[in-house]
Each structure stands twice: as C-alpha cells, then as structure tokens.
Design a binder for this molecule. Structure first.
Ligand code: CP
Ligand code: NVA
Length: 308
C-alpha cells in the first residue's frame, strides 16, 4: 500500500484497497494506544492545520494525532494569514507547502482545496468541505467494523440531509461493499454526481445503494442508522426552511421502534438534540456516537501515518 505523498481531498481519491487499509490502520493504531505502545513515524515532521470553519473533533483530533505520532503541529488562524488580505490561494499554497510536510484544511469550497493541492508540494488533507468529509467516514467505517466485526453486506441507513458527510459515505460504502439507504426530504437528496459515483463503485463491490424517501421504510433492515445536523456550517440562513422540511426525519424512539432490536445509531457530531436526533436516542444504549467520535483520533493517525 503506498499512500505516501498523496492528497486526500475526496474518498474517490482512494481505491477500495486503500480505503480498507486506512480503516484497518485506524483499528491497529487504536489497539497500539490501548496497549500503551508508542508509534512515532512523524518524528521531525511538521503538519499544518488550517481551519476556516469551526471544529471541535477534527481539529483537536488531528492536532493530537500529530503529537501522538511524534510530529509537530502548526495551527494557523485564517484571519492571521495574508490570504485574509488578498494573497492568492496558489501563492499561500506554494509557500506553506514548501515549509510543511502536510496541510490539513477545513474550508468551504472543494475548488479551493483542489487549487491548494495543485500548488502545494506537501500533501493536503480535506478536514471537511461543503462537498465532503473524507476523514470522518474513514473512522466511521472503522466504528462499524469494530461494532459488527465486518463491513461487507452491512446495512447503513442515512436519515436527514444529503450533505457533505452523506456524500463521502456514499462513496465509501460504494467502495467498501456496505449497503446504504439514503433517506432525505424532497429537495435535500445528495448531489447526483455522488450517487452516480457510488453506484459505479457499487458495481464492483456489490453494495446496494438506494434513495428511499420514507425514513420509516429506510430503517427497517438497518444495522446502523446515521444522522447529522440539518443545518451544516454556512447554512444558517436556511435554518428555518430546513427545520420545516425535515419534519419526520428525526431519529427518535418511534422511528427506531421500526428498526431491528440490534440497530445501532451513529452521529458524526455536533448533535442538535430535539432536531435531527432526540436526547433519549443519542444518550441511549443503541448510540455509538461517543465511540465513533473517539475513533476520529485514530482515523486521523491512520491518515497521517499513511500519507507522510
Ligand atoms: N464530526 C466533526 O467533524 O466534528 P467537528 O466539526 O467538531 O470537527
Ligand atoms: N454536515 C456538518 C458536519 C459537521 C461535522 C457540517 O458541514 O457542518
């Protein structure tokens, strides 16, 4: 497996084997830490963190991952960079890419990430864009593997917004052979391009990828029900309209009563209790959201140790 020097801007940048390798590596690094063993492949390496959107888990997860792997992290506040005064992306990328060994970026547009990566000598990792959240779903697949002991043939149901996390899950499930039902209100389905790419991957892996409008139908045979906020960062103005449109798409006890007894609930967090999920489900015994968030640290280590 040679991921050295590679960008990770989209799950589609990975082959099936590379994705599965990163998922298993997440587990291996989690086990190493549990046993108190040190793994320091990033000694003398410097990783930049550039976050243009808020983040709790991904930012702290990557920063901690760098330290645990023996490297140094440089956190850059976007408003303190000359980019905030108009320095072009390509100039910023050329300079930072010549100092740093890797740059982890959370931003709005996928095009910005692509341009950054084109001009940076150092590999770029997408820590969430409006289109995708690849590092999230790598650790999510590990969370599923950890819970059920396998990936292929598992049934995952996405309830809510066809957003960035959903797009990355479509690609990852298509590659990994996980069956995925996506249930969104009309007008909020994931971008057709991601569905089509996922269907293409699924032809190889055997995954079944479906859009199911009725959430009650979508959860029936789910091993996992996954939801995310209805209002992603940057969509604050749409909040009122979305809250109305998403009525009926809340993951609550009534919806879960239609699922199997052993269906588990996932949420990438941050969660908005009373909106996309109820407190009783998030805090309940079917929720694996906390283990899921813990696994983000190990997923970040798997990505960094593989590309650096
Ligand atoms: N799940 C996730 O990416 O969380 P943060 O926005 O806190 O990084
Ligand atoms: N879809 C959410 C995910 C946050 C981790 C957002 O983009 O805000």
């Amino acid at each position: 497996m040679n991921l050295k020097g590679r960008d990770l801007l989209s799950i589609a940048d990975l082959s099936r084997e590379e994705l599965l390798f990163l998922v298993k590596e997440t587990g291996r690094l989690k086990d190493l830490q549990r046993r108190g063993e040190f793994f320091r492949p990033l000694k003398n390496r410097v990783v930049g963190l550039l976050f243009e959107k808020p983040s709790t888990r991904t930012r702290c997860g990557f920063q901690t991952a760098v330290y645990q792997l023996g490297g140094e992290a440089v956190y850059m506040r976007p408003e303190e960079l000359q980019a905030s005064r108009g320095e072009p992306v390509k100039d910023t990328a050329r300079v930072l890419g010549s100092y740093l060994d890797c740059i982890v970026i959370r931003t709005y547009s996928q095009g910005y990430l692509e341009e950054f990566a084109r001009y940076s000598d150092a590999p770029v990792v997408n820590a969430l864009s409006d289109q995708e959240h690849p590092t999230q779903v790598i650790s999510d697949l590990y969370t599923m593997l950890e819970a059920k002991g396998r990936l292929e043939g598992l049934n995952l149901t996405w309830i809510g917004d066809g957003n960035n996390v959903c797009n990355s899950l479509l690609l990852a499930c298509g590659l990994a052979g996980v069956n995925l039902k996506v249930s969104c209100p009309e007008g909020y389905d994931p971008d057709r391009r991601f569905v089509e790419k996922a269907l293409n991957f699924a032809r190889e892996s055997g995954a079944e990828i479906e859009l199911v409008r009725d959430p009650r139908e979508a959860v029936a045979d789910a091993d996992f029900v996954y939801t995310d906020t209805w209002i992603s960062i940057g969509q604050e103005k749409e909040a009122e309209a979305k809250i109305k449109a998403f009525k009926g798409y809340q993951v609550n006890d009534e919806l879960l009563a239609l699922a199997k007894d052993d269906t588990l609930v996932m949420h990438c967090l941050p969660a908005y209790r009373g909106k996309e999920i109820t407190d009783s489900v998030l805090e309940g015994e079917r929720s694996i959201a906390w283990e899921q968030s813990k696994n983000k640290l190990h997923g970040a280590k798997a990505v960094l140790a593989s590309i650096l």
